[in-house]
Design a protein around this ligand. Structure first.
Ligand code: ZN
Length: 273
């Protein structure tokens, strides 16, 4: 046993005391059990803020602070308020890819409208043969997915002969994603080492996530990146993680509450994401 001294919010402490007395146990035991639970389940858990339908309908206001998001994972992707670039989360740091493909590491505390993260713990690693396009890479990853009904994280590393990527430009609130995407910029990187952060999501998830593969690129020197449209490489190293526990935090204020989210976003997502 070890002794842990921690500072928690007054409200958390009060909740803990009430719950402990209701269960006839000590604050120490209950806090220890809750912490144990948090770490035990982490390997297959993903966390998401807001939904892809909200993004499609133009809900781009922040709904979680960057520091809080990082408590839920160290690996992921998303976007920024007013669609100000593509988000890549790698090794616990958040990177903002601006519409010119240049990258800014964000260590400040800011609000995020949409993101998906996990605590990356690969179950298996494998190497690919020659990858001539994104379809090749997806087919190789397909062979390492056990099911079409679970979610997966893929961490892809290596030297890329070519990466074709894009990044969105900032837009005003309420402009639908399909219109916002018209202002996106595309660029090509050649002979670059780096990482692809990827989630694969089942077709049934289109109302809240992005079905299929979703790759974001970050170069090894952290200077270039973007949402991946195409890729070419001699060989790549890939780690895979199965995700079957899924927390979605919905925004509890702002335009998310009043926007009509009843439309099926599948076709817009297929075009824009
Ligand atoms: Zn993307």
């Amino acid at each position: 046993m070890s002794i842990l001294n921690i500072v928690v919010a007054e409200r958390t402490y009060n909740d803990l005391r009430v719950a402990a007395s209701r269960r006839g146990t000590s604050v120490d035991s209950l806090a220890g059990a809750a912490l144990g639970d948090y770490f035990k389940n982490d390997g297959h858990r993903m966390y998401q803020i807001s939904t892809s339908s909200a993004l499609v309908e133009g809900v781009y206001t922040g709904a979680i602070s960057s520091r809080d998001l990082l408590l839920h994972g160290d690996f992921g992707l998303g976007t920024f308020e007013n669609l100000d670039g593509e988000m890549v989360i790698s090794d616990g740091a958040i990177y903002q890819v601006h519409s010119d493909g240049k990258v800014l590491r964000r260590d400040d505390d800011f609000q995020i409208p949409f993101a998906v993260v996990t605590r990356y713990q690969p179950e298996a690693m494998f190497e690919t043969g020659t990858i001539t396009n994104l379809g090749d890479l997806e087919r190789v990853c397909d062979q390492h997915r056990e099911s079409n009904n679970l979610f997966y994280a893929f961490h892809v590393d290596g030297a890329f002969e070519k990466i074709h990527a894009r990044a969105v430009s900032p837009v005003g609130a309420g402009i639908r994603l399909a219109d916002a995407a018209k202002a996106q910029r595309e660029f090509e990187f050649k002979g670059v080492e780096g990482t692809l952060v990827c989630f694969w999501s089942p077709g049934y998830s289109s109302a809240f996530n992005v079905p299929g593969y979703h790759f974001h690129f970050l170069s090894k020197d952290r200077s270039e990146g973007g949402h991946v449209l195409d890729v070419r490489a001699m060989t790549l190293r890939i780690g895979v993680q199965t995700l079957c526990e899924y927390d979605i935090q919905l925004p509890d204020q702002g335009s998310f509450l009043t926007t009509d989210l009843s439309r099926d976003p599948s076709s817009d997502l297929a075009r824009t994401e």
